[in-house]
Structure formats: structure tokens, C-alpha cells
Design a protein around this ligand. Structure first.
Ligand code: DLL
Length: 432
């Protein structure tokens, strides 16, 4: 079994817990002393740093939510001055404002180390050539995977997203052995390569894929592996925690989450009490060593389960099993997080349409398509041109907020179903 840091990765679970306790005590003091947000939150909760003595006290701490990041936009939750921040990333928020995350140099090193451990666990070394086809830029996928790949000394090809024919040609010509991208983009690459008479199975050296940033399933894994001849591994992370962080090992039985860096809890969303091992609940994460943007009991919004038994690979850190959905209404389209609230935010700017809408998600040739059915207030105009112009203005505005093309389809007034409770804003016809 290839380990990057055997002492840590196979540490006795009791010692790991002790290590987590020590780090948690330090973290709580760190955020209390440095963050006016956390000081206020802890004071309101009647909690002092000295009340936290070990991980057994984690339940005494208040939660942090995405809303807290929005309310303190852009950097109100940061615990270091900007002079110590060496990088920002940003992800979409429910309104026009993104969520900004930041890193110190130590944070970037730890992030790369987390991925480097995972890449090593699936047998990648400096002999490999890793094509990073997650988006670079504000999204954390590209640069995250890039630094992980460099950390293990592999040769990195920063392909970024899009430009599929060139991606396939480079993969073949440079003897790429591993790829990092969304599972849906890889499915599309398989098809496109076949069309170019450059089938991934027979005409390239690709043997490993690291796929994540969106939900996918065991059946998609099987299909990908059969059609491309590679081993497909799941990777999880979120921008608030850093970016892509945790990869499965060669057993393909869950993603190892590094307990020397993060403390994972799975809670019953109704009672906020921990659920037993293997039971699906809401994922809550405390960052143990992050400096710029440490988070205490952050409610990630994902539903998942943990397996805390020692893995067959010998690693003792818990495994996050395949994600089971979201506790909020976020959907992921072409790897981009979309909140229905963002669509509403755009539509209310247009007096010609009502705020009632429906997002329809389909998958065609392995790629996601998003259509927004928008209700017209009245259909008074008899000029088709007026509708085209309005459609393209709304599509343009949606694109600028979502960073994604969404097709607008007008429907007659009062045809979108009204709801008495929580409105159903998304019809998802995709298969994962
Ligand atoms: O998607 C970071 C990332 C990049 C992860 C590349 C993996 C690979 P965000 O844009 O903040 O960050 O979105 C995070 O995406 O809370 C999940 O809902 C979803 N997600 C990420 N990985 C998986 C996965 C990146 N393997 C949100 N399976 C998370 C299912 C995933 N959902």
C-alpha cells in the first residue's frame, strides 16, 4: 500500500482522537481571539474557549453556516490580515454576491498535502502525467488538483475546462496517465474521443480518473470504467473547506478524510445529534488547522455517511461514503453550483415576467442542459421580436450571475404550479 505519510495515515485511532482534541482546543482559542464574529457567536452561546477540553465537547460549540459567510462578505470571517492571505477563490452565492474564501501559505500547503496523500493512495507518482481538466480561476477545482499533482512530483498538464478536441489530442500525444475533472465531463470526453477515432481505452495511456465536484453514482463509475478502461475514483471537497480535498484509496470504498486536518460529524438534521456510523445525515465539518478562514462546525449542506472502521488499505482515518444529496436546494450543473434563489434574483429585475419559474435539468450526450421556464406577466405583444429580445436579455443576465448558459423558455401567465409550502423550483431529469 503506497502511503505518503504512513505515521499519520495509519495512526492508532485513539492517538488520532487525542491529536484532534489538542488541535480543537487550540482552534477554539484561535478563532475566539482573532475573529470578532466567533467571539460574538461564542459569547451569545455562553461558551468560553476553556470550556472545550476535547473532541467530546464539540457538541457545545455553535454551528457556522454559508449564510454567515454571506453576511460577513467578503472577508469578515477571516482570522488573518490580508497581508497573510496569499490567495482568494470565490464561489457563487444565492444572490449576485459570491462567497469569498482565502488561504495563507500554510493553508495552501495543507490543501495540497491532503490531495497528495489521496493521489499517492491510488498509486500516482512522479512518473505520472496528470491532466487537470477542472476549471481554473475562481473555482477551486483546477488550482487545487494542480498543486496536489505538483506536490507528488507528477507532471501536470493544466488543461482547464472546455476545448475538448484539444484536450483529447494532448492526452494522446503527451501520454497522459491520469485526469482530474467532473464525471460528466469525462463521460463526454469518452464520447468525443470515440468520434475522433481516438478511443480512450485503446489509443491513450490513461489509467486513472479523479472525479468529483458533482454527484455521481456507482453505476456511472461502472460505465466509465468499462468504456474507458481506467479506474475511476471519487473526490470530495468544498471551497469553504479549501477545494477538492479527499480521494478514495485503491479499495474504492469511501474517501479518506484526514483527521489531523479536519473533524467530521454527521448529524441528524432534525435533532442535531450525531447519527451512528453508516447512517446518512448532514455533514458538519470543523477545520483543525486552517489559518485564514477556519470554520467551526460548518454545515456544508451535504447529506452523507461516515465509515470509521479501519480501511483494508490500513488507513485509520474515517471514510466519507458517496454523497447522498443536499439538505438545501442547491443543484450542480456542469460542475457549477446553482441556487434557485439566483434565478429568482435575476427574474425580479424584469417587470415583463413573474417571479414564478421552474428550472429543468436534462442530460444530453453526457452534458447537462439547463432550461428555465419563465412565466410572462401578459402576452400582450404580438411582435415575436419583442419576445426574442426579452429572452436574450434574461439569458444574458442569468449567464452573468450563474456563470452558465441557461435557455429561457416562456410559458403563459399562471401556468407554473404554485405551492403552498416550499416552492418546487427544480425538475431534475438527469441520471447520476
Ligand atoms: O466543488 C470543490 C471540488 C472541486 C470538489 C473538484 C471535487 C473536485 P464547491 O464549488 O464549493 O467546491 O462545491 C462544493 O459540490 O458541497 C457538494 O455538494 C458537491 N460535491 C463536491 N464533490 C462531490 C462529490 C467544489 N464527489 C459542493 N460527490 C459540495 C457529490 C460533490 N457532490
Amino acid at each position: 500500500m503506497p502511503y505518503r505519510n504512513p505515521e499519520i495515515e495509519t495512526m492508532d485511532p485513539k492517538d488520532l482522537r487525542q491529536m484532534q482534541s489538542e488541535k480543537l482546543v487550540k482552534l477554539v482559542k484561535y478563532v475566539y481571539d482573532r475573529s470578532p464574529f466567533y467571539k460574538k457567536r461564542f459569547d451569545e452561546f455562553g461558551i468560553k474557549p476553556e470550556d472545550i477540553k476535547s473532541v467530546d465537547d464539540i457538541g457545545k460549540l455553535p454551528f457556522t453556516r454559508k449564510q454567515d459567510l454571506r453576511d460577513t462578505y467578503p472577508t469578515g470571517l477571516f482570522c488573518v490580515p490580508n497581508t497573510e492571505v496569499v490567495r482568494f477563490h470565490a464561489s457563487s452565492g444565492t444572490t449576485g454576491k459570491p462567497t469569498v474564501v482565502g488561504y495563507t501559505q500554510n493553508d495552501l500547503d495543507a490543501w495540497a498535502e491532503s490531495l497528495a496523500r489521496g493521489m499517492t493512495a491510488i498509486g500516482l507518482t512522479e512518473d505520472d502525467i496528470i491532466q487537470v481538466s477542472y476549471g481554473y480561476g475562481l473555482f477551486t477545482g483546477g488550482l487545487g488538483a494542480h498543486y496536489g499533482s505538483e506536490k507528488i512530483g507528477a507532471t501536470t498538464l493544466p488543461a482547464g475546462s472546455g476545448n475538448t478536441e484539444r484536450q483529447i489530442a494532448l492526452m494522446k500525444d503527451l501520454d497522459v496517465t491520469a485526469i482530474c475533472c467532473t464525471p460528466s465531463y469525462f463521460s463526454y470526453l469518452i464520447e468525443a474521443a470515440e468520434k475522433m477515432d481516438c478511443g480512450i481505452k485503446n489509443k491513450t495511456k490513461l489509467r486513472v480518473g479523479i472525479f468529483g465536484a458533482e454527484p455521481w453514482s456507482e453505476s456511472l463509475r461502472k460505465r466509465i470504467e468499462e468504456r474507458s478502461g481506467i479506474k475511476a475514483y471519487d473526490v470530495f471537497g468544498t471551497s469553504e473547506l479549501s477545494g477538492p480535498l479527499f480521494i478514495e484509496c485503491e479499495m474504492q470504498e469511501g474517501m479518506h478524510v484526514w483527521s489531523d486536518m479536519f473533524l467530521f460529524e454527521i448529524l441528524d438534521p432534525e435533532t442535531n445529534e450525531p447519527v451512528p456510523d453508516g447512517t446518512v445525515g448532514e455533514l458538519v465539518v470543523t477545520t483543525l488547522i486552517k489559518e485564514a478562514l477556519p470554520l467551526v462546525r460548518y454545515r456544508v449542506g451535504d447529506l452523507a455517511s461516515l465509515n470509521t472502521t479501519v480501511c483494508k488499505c490500513g488507513r485509520t482515518h474515517p471514510r466519507l461514503m458517496r454523497l447522498k444529496g443536499r439538505s438545501d436546494d442547491m443543484v450542480i450543473v456542469r460542475g457549477i453550483n446553482v441556487f434557485p434563489g439566483q434565478v429568482e434574483y435575476v427574474l425580479v429585475k424584469f417587470p415583463e415576467v413573474s417571479p414564478h419559474f421552474m428550472i429543468i435539468l436534462d442530460r444530453e450526450s453526457e452534458l447537462d442542459n439547463m432550461t428555465v421556464q419563465v412565466e410572462l406577466i401578459d402576452m400582450a405583444s404580438d411582435k415575436l421580436d419583442d419576445y426574442y429580445k426579452l429572452k436574450s436579455r434574461i439569458e444574458h443576465e442569468l449567464k452573468s450571475i450563474l456563470n452558465l448558459h441557461a435557455e429561457v423558455e416562456f410559458v403563459a401567465p399562471e401556468t407554473i404550479p404554485r405551492s403552498e409550502g416550499k416552492a418546487k423550483r427544480v425538475t431534475d431529469n438527469r441520471q447520476f
